[in-house]
Design a protein around this ligand. Structure first.
Ligand SMILES: Cc1cc2nc3c(=O)[nH]c(=O)nc-3n(C[C@H](O)[C@H](O)[C@H](O)COP(=O)(O)OP(=O)(O)OC[C@H]3O[C@@H](n4cnc5c(N)ncnc54)[C@H](O)[C@@H]3O)c2cc1C
Length: 397
């Protein structure tokens, strides 16, 4: 690529991974982040092998292992009786296979701290407390600007999440459509749970028009709980809106005792709920010397646990495509071609899962049968994806 620097807007999971990758491939990178410090806020993240493959490649294998729990299976259970419908083997169950990558449960704050440490160790500048409001672009240059920032670049990467201001600078505003689902989330201390098996297992509970997922984080010290319910309407697409824990308990009042126990232990001051929105795929991710990655270009419903994984895959693809093409224009074209179809497919499967998880009556019965016979195969297809192989295929063809 022509000389000059790459400016990344956003030090989230995607922005930091992209910074590490670009730096590893010899690019000069700087990151601009609106928040002053990495917070421990947030929830659990499931990192599937398609994502850990990329994170290992950038040198994070041991630091990731030190902050993660490694589940071998996820159990799927009946919402009222607790009967196990099936269990799905996750990647660490095939540990003997050296070519496999682990499946991790990790706290978002721990993951961001791990990525930030690696970025600092690589001496990549991260400018915190710098909100970027606008991005400008001509044929030969791009620039970012904010209240106290004006910087030119060879390439600007918008990794600034679901409300991306870089996306707004490039394209017409998108119009997210409320999915009808609202997700509640909380973190519980494992010590507060009397049942050890409840505290240590990863479980997905399917019920009529609702579901719950929980798994350990913070090396098993805490449990991340997400409960998904319906709502007639919603206006604000925010991850940090507080919810009323009593309302949550009432909504799941007729569920199994394990769920009652988990909801009861959520700290009411850290009980969040957010409306889930569908976003139509963008036609393009780039304009001139500006591009997008992660939630900025393909926000994904959480029913396949792949949003962060997609941002991580994007990061590797962007860096590799720029390196192999040697020019921004060709590199960005290759990046979109390698990534856009995959991201749209994952958005679609995630959306469909939201429907499947909530089936009722005989449809639920048929779903349970299918999960027992095909559930693992569907997940394998998503988790075995190798972004590096896709890039190689693209450049061979
Ligand atoms: C509760 C929850 C659970 C989830 N579980 C999973 C899971 O299990 N597995 C999974 O793969 N995905 C999961 N996801 C999705 C995943 O968290 C997101 O897809 C992922 O965080 C996207 O990463 P990103 O880097 O694109 O954006 P973000 O993580 O949103 O990062 C964007 C960054 O940009 C910064 N920023 C924003 N605007 C500006 C600006 N104007 N100027 C400067 N900086 C700016 C923000 O402060 C932030 O640091 C979950 C999401 C939620 C909400």
């Amino acid at each position: 690529m022509d000389s000059g620097q790459v400016l990344i807007v956003g030090a989230g999971i995607g922005g930091l991974t992209a910074a590490l990758y670009l730096h590893q491939l010899g690019f000069v990178v700087q990151v601009y982040e609106q928040t002053v410090r990495t917070t421990g806020d947030g929830a659990g993240i499931q990192l599937s092998p398609n994502a850990t493959r990329v994170l290992h490649q950038v040198g994070l294998a041991s630091s990731l292992a030190s902050i993660s729990s490694k589940p071998s299976v996820i159990d799927i259970q009946h919402w009222r009786t607790g009967r196990r419908i099936t269990n799905i083997r996750l990647a660490s169950g095939v540990e003997a296979d050296q070519s496999s990558f682990p499946y991790y449960h990790v706290h978002r704050g721990d993951l961001l701290a791990c990525l930030t440490r690696a970025v600092v160790d690589a001496s990549i500048p991260v400018h915190r407390g710098k909100r970027i409001d606008n991005v400008g672009v001509t044929e030969t240059q791009a620039w970012i600007s904010g209240p106290d920032t004006r910087e030119n670049a060879s390439l600007v990467v918008g990794a600034d999440g679901i409300h991306s201001s870089v996306r707004r600078s490039l394209f017409d505003p998108d119009e997210p459509i409320f999915s009808g689902h609202v997700a509640w989330r909380g973190i519980i201390s494992s010590k507060s749970i009397t049942s050890k098996t409840l505290a240590t297992r990863a479980v997905l509970w399917w019920g009529p028009k609702k579901h719950v997922v929980h798994y350990p984080v913070h090396n098993g010290q805490d449990i991340n709980v997400v409960c998904v319910d319906r709502a007639p309407h919603w206006t604000n697409e925010s991850w940090t809106e507080l919810g009323d824990q009593k309302e949550l308990a009432a909504a799941f009042g007729d569920w199994h005792d394990d769920i009652a126990q988990l909801i009861d232990r959520i700290n009411p001051h850290f009980c969040f709920r957010w409306g889930l929105f569908n976003h139509a795929p963008l036609k393009h991710w780039s304009r001139g010397r500006v591009t997008l990655l992660g939630d900025a270009c393909h926000p994904t419903l959480p029913y396949l646990a792949q949003g962060a994984a997609m941002a991580i895959e994007d990061s590797a693809a962007l860096a590799q495509c720029l390196k192999q093409c040697g020019s921004v224009e060709k590199g960005l074209e290759a990046y979109e071609r390698v990534r856009r179809k995959r991201a749209i497919r994952i958005q679609r499967i995630s959306r469909r899962n939201g429907h499947i998880f909530h089936l009722t009556g005989t449809s639920a019965w048929a779903r349970n049968w299918a999960a027992q016979h095909m559930g693992e195969r569907i997940l394998r297809n998503v988790h075995d994806y190798d972004v590096f192989a896709s890039i190689n295929r693209y450049f061979k063809d």
